[in-house]
Design a protein around this ligand. Structure first.
Ligand SMILES: [Fe+2]
Length: 345
């Protein structure tokens, strides 16, 4: 049993004042808050963001605020447990829905936090990352890793929306977050999504392997979806899931956050292992119920929700006929690097 410790109020007022005056703090009244018994006490609350609910507000932002006044026209999906102003979905993840209208251009910049985007709606937009033009189709994952130049353009005729996922809260907490503005990029023919489109082979020019830190920047949804269907057809797995990786190293696609695609068979119910990293779920296709601790969220296509670390998570495909597909982001690469990763099965 965990012993109760003395409180601040147990201490004489003059003693507390003397400590405060010298920038000192007794540990024992705060010890259980920072080292709770058995499992952490997360500030992250299971939260659901409905696309149907946010879409009209995002489109209205397109009328209210020209791109020149926004630079990135984003509504942040903020977790109330962290306070909305802190722009956190989880401790290390920030989420935003970004709108780009036909003909608009979001200027080139680069920054210390990593970002990725998952395309939610619309055709004709693109992100240019370090000179590589990455076209945006629904469900595609596009990386803009730390310090890579990136800008967004739109050659289509309808609004385009994507989900931004960044490790901004962590990098900001470390007081290492800043950006640099750049000029319009020149597009090069170096397209990682074409070069690495076939599994099992990688470039080996003059017998040497490529050494770019981020060789692949666009992960087409049709390829990830086909990989999931092949996995479901050829393996008797309960969890049909793929990880987005660096095709040269096989390691996580980025340093801090992990990205995955998951398929739920028709009517499948899947209980996830209890793990230390917080997670984000975004529905690419289908309708899902996500039970996160004592919350139950009915997720429609393009909806997003989050779960704190150590939460009990059960996902259920609400369709008895069609498979459902999810994009998942988590903080696992960070936890593994820090040595605090835990899976309780
Ligand atoms: Fe950016």
């Amino acid at each position: 049993m965990t012993r109760q410790l003395g409180s601040l109020e147990d201490l004489p007022r003059d003693y507390r004042a003397a400590l405060t005056e010298r920038n000192l703090l007794p540990l024992w009244p705060n010890l259980r808050a920072v080292l709770p018994p058995d499992k952490p006490q997360p500030r992250t609350r299971p939260t659901h963001w409905s696309y149907e609910g946010l879409r009209p507000l995002l489109l209205r932002a397109g009328e209210l605020t020209p791109i020149e006044w926004a630079e990135r026209r984003v509504l942040v999906l903020a977790n109330p447990g962290h306070g909305l102003d802190n722009m956190q979905a989880t401790p290390a993840i920030s989420l935003g829905m970004q709108l780009l209208l036909p003909g608009e251009w979001a200027p080139s910049h680069r920054h210390s936090p990593n970002a990725v985007r998952v395309i939610v709606e619309g055709e004709g937009a693109y992100t240019t990352v370090n000179g590589e033009k990455c076209v945006m189709h629904r469900g595609d994952l596009i990386l803009t890793p730390t310090w890579q130049w990136h800008e967004h353009g739109h050659e289509g005729d309808k609004p385009v929306v994507w989900l931004d996922v960044l490790d901004l809260p962590l990098v900001h907490y470390l007081e290492a977050s800043y950006h640099v503005d750049g000029s319009r990029q020149t597009v090069t023919p170096d397209r990682g999504d074409a070069i690495y489109a076939r599994g099992g082979v990688v470039p080996a020019s003059a017998f040497e392997r490529a050494d770019k830190p981020y060789p692949m920047l666009r992960y087409p949804w049709q390829e990830a979806r086909a990989a999931l269907c092949a996995l479901a057809d050829n393996h008797d797995l309960a969890t049909v899931q793929v990880a987005y990786v660096n095709p040269e190293t096989g390691r996580d696609a980025q340093n801090i956050l992990g990205y995955y695609a998951q398929m739920l068979r028709p009517a499948q119910t899947l209980k996830l292992p209890l793990r230390s990293p917080a997670m984000v779920f975004h529905v690419i296709e289908g309708a899902i119920e996500a039970r996160i601790d004592e919350n139950a969220f009915a997720l429609a296509e393009a909806d997003t929700c989050c779960a704190p670390g150590y939460a009990s998570v059960t996902l259920q495909n609400r369709s008895p006929r069609a498979a459902a597909f999810l994009f998942i982001a988590d903080e696992a690469p960070l936890h593994r690097k820090l040595g605090i990763y835990e899976s309780r099965g």
